[in-house]
Write a protein that binds this ligand. Sequence first.
Ligand code: SF4
Ligand code: SF4
Length: 114
Amino acid sequence: MQSYYKNFECKKCGDCCKGYGGTYINDYDAEQIASYIGINIKNFKENYCQVSCGKLIISQGESGYCIFWNKNLCSIHPVKPRMCKEWPFIKSLNIDPDNWNIMAEMCPGMESKK
Ligand code: SF4
Ligand code: SF4
């Protein structure tokens, strides 16, 4: 697999915490976040999440940002979901330069591949 690691440097703009179709979470993510903010998993899923395309995502606030985006920082940084930790080094972007370039138009930290 070709690596694009050298084509990324996060600008800390927060754009990936706004929109992009939602932040998907798995059960492990949900358990970690619920524990971190001190609530039970049922409360977390009911009050901090919504369902998109049959999958659980973190809710967005009225601003359009993830509800855990606060004062230009991720307020759950130590336990943020896997997709947030790995972005943009996820398989679908690393195996297909077209996918990488589409996302690079939205993420200023990603350098397009010509
Ligand atoms: S959109 Fe890209 S550059 Fe901006 S914070 Fe997210 S990963 Fe970093
Ligand atoms: S969990 Fe943190 S890094 Fe992930 S979208 Fe929300 S604010 Fe951004």
